[in-house]
Design a protein around this ligand. Structure first.
Ligand code: PPS
Length: 329
């Protein structure tokens, strides 16, 4: 066990230490190891947080959860959802919370903030304004029972795996501890193709929420990053209707939707003081600017070789076969 792995594991409860010893393990992207827990790869601290989340979270019928594979457009969807749901409180965009807080602070993630016992930030769930807004990368099958059994709503954002892979690889190398070597594109790609990535295999994560959205369209709204890019207004309208707070004719004609779209746009958010200079996470190692890189579709063409494209295309085709889901690549 190396130094980093030891310090990660020292923070775990005895119960979690015993659990992870029994799990299959592989080399991680940032953490020394990833463990296969309930069919998906996670770091040890994520597993502890997921267990606590499963055991303690009591969903309310009006809760709203933004779910995703990391690097699929989570930050954007959190901003849009917050702005849509709380719009009656912030009619003037001049004092809007999204101008001074990063979306991850306004829509806190279960596994990295709320149930991460190694994080000093305490979130009092009972004091959160309703409807409560949460984020998660936890796969559908691992969500707590109460989320599945209550009427709370889930909005899922999915992005084509080529761009998600590149976005993740770049991000990981930015937040990699100084004493760790850079993770090469080739090594990351091999692990990604085997499904070995935090919260992966990504295709299984996506399919879990996709199938749920087909079976229970009132429970899970499944959105594509590329579709929102193409027509943000249409997708914002879908979000508002799904959440039971449709835009009124008056709002439509007075530009409320366009204003939210501009507020949450990549160009606007990237330039905000909080997103240029703020930070978050344990010891504040994650700088907010890392969440805003290029936001382009098909940026992967600048990184992946033809053989990589062929290999990943085949995997995706095979994994999604018969699901009715396809990506715009
Ligand atoms: S995370 O860490 O999981 O929350 O990351 P996530 O937000 O899911 O993904 C980061 C990518 O989303 C891009 N991004 C945006 N796109 C469009 N509009 C807005 N407002 C926006 N904010 C962030 C971000 O640039 C990352 O994509 P890449 O391709 O790396 O640029």
């Amino acid at each position: 066990m190396d130094e980093q792995e030891g310090s990660e594991e020292n923070k775990l409860s005895q119960e979690c230490k015993e659990l992870i010893i029994s799990l299959p393990r592989e080399k991680g992207w940032i953490t020394p190891c990833l463990y296969l827990f309930q069919g998906f790869w996670h770091s040890s601290t994520e597993i502890q947080a997921i267990k606590t989340f499963q055991n303690h979270f009591q969903a309310k019928d009006n809760d709203i959860i933004v779910a995703s594979v990391p690097k699929s457009g989570t930050t954007w969807l959190k901003a849009l959802t917050f702005a849509i749901v709380r719009r009656q409180y912030f009619r003037s965009l001049e004092n809007h919370p999204l101008l001074v807080f990063n979306p991850h602070e306004l829509v806190p993630p279960f596994e990295f903030v709320i149930y991460d016992e190694t994080n000093s930030q305490i979130h009092e769930l009972s004091k959160m304004p309703e409807p409560r807004l949460f984020g998660t990368h936890v796969p559908f099958t691992s969500l707590p029972k109460s989320i599945k059994e209550t009427n709370c709503k889930i909005i899922y954002i999915c992005r084509n795996p080529f761009d998600t892979f590149i976005s993740t690889w770049v991000f990981v190398n930015k937040i990699m501890p100084e004493f760790c070597p850079t993770l090469s594109l080739e090594e990351a790609f091999e692990r990604y193709c085997k499904g070995i990535i935090g919260f992966g295999p990504s295709w299984n994560h996506i399919l879990g929420y996709w199938r749920e959205s087909i079976g229970k369209p009132d429970k899970v709204l499944f959105l594509m990053y590329e579709d929102i890019k193409e027509d943000a207004i249409l997708n914002m309208t879908k979000i508002a209707e799904f959440l039971g707070c449709p835009f009124s004719k008056e709002e439509e004609s007075s530009g409320v939707i366009e204003n939210i779209m501009k507020l949450c746009s990549f160009e606007n958010m990237k330039e905000l003081e909080v997103n240029k200079f703020g930070s978050m996470g344990k010891d504040r190692i994650v700088q907010n600017k890392y969440f805003f890189r290029k936001a382009e579709i098909r940026d992967w063409v600048n990184y992946l070789s033809p053989s990589m494209v062929e290999k990943l295309s085949k995997i995706i085709e095979e994994k999604l076969s018969g699901s009715g889901l396809s990506f715009r690549i």
